[in-house]
Design a protein around this ligand. Structure first.
Ligand code: ATP
Length: 236
């Protein structure tokens, strides 16, 4: 049986329950053998991450330890150039049975920004695209993606067929949490407990990450951060 592999790339600055819950639900829905979380070393066209690639990788490792079929792949950190998803897909494909399906998971905001990605039109040659809906998602994709969505969408994710080339939309448990909100909470001394796994929180605290210098050690209070906005589109 060809292995069924998924890929969720991200800055993971830090990894949070929105990433993890979405990844786990898609892995179950699509009966994946493995779902690789791939931290981006140098996200193109986006602000430098707040903490080092090694810290972001370590936090993802803490988050998925023992949570099969989630795994971590550091291949983008081993490359000495910007982290283009097309390169990652080509690299993963070169190690796979060509008949094996490969699933690229993208949050709605990342999906909407696809036309700004390096060689984005080639992505579907290597994989299916699975779009994780976010609670703040617009209903319609941007104009540049409408024809592609109309031609390639399969409404039932379980009906995705072949090694790649199709798009589907998944409504996982809505979690309106973003890394931006978590960084803001930490910088102002508020708690992010239950927004990230306890092991990630322990890593953040042990390494003093994300704290504004004058708030280190401030006791946490409940977080009421602004939810992510679909208008803060990313590109690569
Ligand atoms: P930031 O707030 O720093 O922009 P982020 O929370 O969007 O970060 P990323 O690491 O940039 O996190 O996201 C990686 C992938 O996970 C993207 O495809 C993104 O759309 C998706 N994602 C992030 N948060 C959620 C969420 N709450 N629900 C569903 N998908 C999400």
């Amino acid at each position: 049986m060809p292995r069924r592999i998924g890929l969720l790339g991200g800055t993971f600055d830090p990894v949070h329950i929105g990433h993890l819950r979405g990844a786990l639900e898609v892995a179950e829905l699509l009966a994946l053998d493995e779902l690789r979380l791939v931290p981006s070393a140098r996200p193109p066209h986006r602000e430098r991450p707040s903490v080092s690639a090694q810290d972001r990788l370590a936090m993802v490792r803490c988050a998925v330890a023992g949570v099969a079929p989630l795994t971590v792949d550091d291949l983008e950190l081993r490359r000495d150039r910007p982290s283009y998803t097309i390169d990652t897909l080509e690299s993963m494909r070169s190690d796979m049975d060509p008949r094996s399906p490969l699933f690229l998971l993208l949050g709605w905001d990342a999906f909407c920004s696809l036309p700004a990605w390096h060689r984005w039109e080639a992505l579907l040659e290597h994989c299916h695209i699975v779009v994780l809906q976010r609670p703040d998602a617009d209903v319609e994709p941007p104009e540049a993606l409408r024809d592609l969505v109309a031609a390639r969408t399969v409404s039932d994710p379980k009906a995705l067929d072949g090694p790649g080339g199709q798009i589907t939309f998944v409504w996982q448990t809505p979690l309106s949490v973003s890394a931006t909100q978590i960084r803001q909470s930490l910088a102002t001394g508020r708690s992010v407990r239950f927004l990230v796994p306890d092991a990630v929180l322990a890593y953040i605290e042990a390494h003093g990450l994300y704290r504004a210098p004058n708030t280190a050690g401030t006791p946490g209070t409940a977080s009421h951060g602004k939810p992510p906005s679909a208008s803060t589109l990313k590109s690569e």
